[in-house]
Design a protein around this ligand. Sequence first.
Ligand SMILES: Nc1nc2c(c(=O)[nH]1)N[C@H]1C(S)=C(S)[C@@H](COP(=O)(O)O)O[C@H]1N2
Ligand SMILES: [Mo]
Length: 441
Amino acid sequence: MRPGDTAHGCPPDPCDDLTDETTYERVRSAQAPSVPPLSRRGMLRLSAGAGLGAALGTAAAPQALAAPAAPQGLAAPATGIVKPLPPELFIPQGTNAEMRWEAMRGQGDLTPVDRFFVRNHVATPRIDARTWRLKLWGTGLHGSPPESRPVEFSYEDLLGMRAETITSFIECTGNGRNFYATQQGQEVSGTPWRLGGVGVARWRGVRLSAVLERAGLTPRAVDILPRGLDADFVDKGEDLGRVRRPLPVAKALKDVLLAYEMNGAPLPPDHGFPVRLVVPSWVGIANIKWLGDIQVADEPLFSPWNTRYYRLFGPGYPPEGTAPLTRMNVKSAFELPWEAALPAGHQILHGRSWSGNGRVRRVEVSVDGGATWRPARVRDHHANPRGWVRWEFPWRPDAPGPHELLARATDETGASQPSTAPYNTLGYLFGAVVRHPVTVS
Ligand SMILES: Nc1nc2c(c(=O)[nH]1)N[C@H]1C(S)=C(S)[C@@H](COP(=O)(O)O)O[C@H]1N2
Ligand SMILES: [Mo]
């Protein structure tokens, strides 16, 4: 199998590009006409790991795959996050940490690790790379009947394979969720991020396609299910098991990386050490951290992370939600504190824009509440399609007092930022223009 091959056991036409949302939706809804959150079918899929437990000769699959637990003494503070979270760089969000946008002011293209946002369902696990193994198993691999052993890769094995480097953003699907309430008066559930649930890093690692190929990917494989080694996620008393989210083989072969380095250093514990998935342009949840195993299947796979979460639910959507979300949308942010105090007189405003659809082509700024717009000066015109562009906008405030700064970007597909975002109960994909309050004195 090579990246770009389309033979995955289905006619080329609908399987051509499962990274295309419309195609993905069509193919997936044909395969699973109705998959309500945690349906019986989903439950059966969820228990499919038992086959691997048997393969490993152990009673329970999850334990069999778990890396050595962290010594309790090393446990991080209450957040479960290991790195320091200085208040000038981060806004605490429960088990997560949001980047303050003013922390990007004066930075280069990349988000330094010390300020990269953290989104953890549970605490950051401490994993020993010497004993860690990545296990691939399932019906989508050659010679991998349920009773056979998984194909294993050690950390050293991966370091010994051809390395590839990509610069890509990772963004939480709920980034901007706060504005459903504060700008649109709509109640949604989930972490109330403003815009700091995003970061751009240079990721180095091995192509997932190379590892799948070595493991014996068959043309019949359609979905893979990467799973983290962090503890089970419990949602309102219900144990949903370990964080795992299916990914179509077509995307897996296209541009997905098994990353072991971030910005030139080994992955930090909070960002997935020893190895995480980097799934460019897609919803943050696809980028599974602390990767332990990957199921490769010749049939569609389901987990709570593509059935009850990471779909759009609410009025106007089917009861089981939309198809699983894939690409992120267009967003823009000013490199300013929220409610910044700005001087009177001439100044340059700075910001960044990004899109899961590809390059940002144009950015406009409004300083009069959206009545008039003027183009910002985009600095990174040849920007890589998986990153963001930096832009500048000269401004001389007309009067002291409160102002709202608005920025809106348009990407290479023509997608732009509307003035309101379509409501969905879980508050995903807030892509509307954000009204950034500042006070001039
Ligand atoms: N194993 C595991 N992988 C995970 C998560 C998690 O909680 N556990 N969170 C996901 C979500 S929702 C996001 S947005 C990204 C965040 O990556 P970061 O913490 O490195 O910024 O990781 C994803 N991968
Ligand atoms: Mo996320």
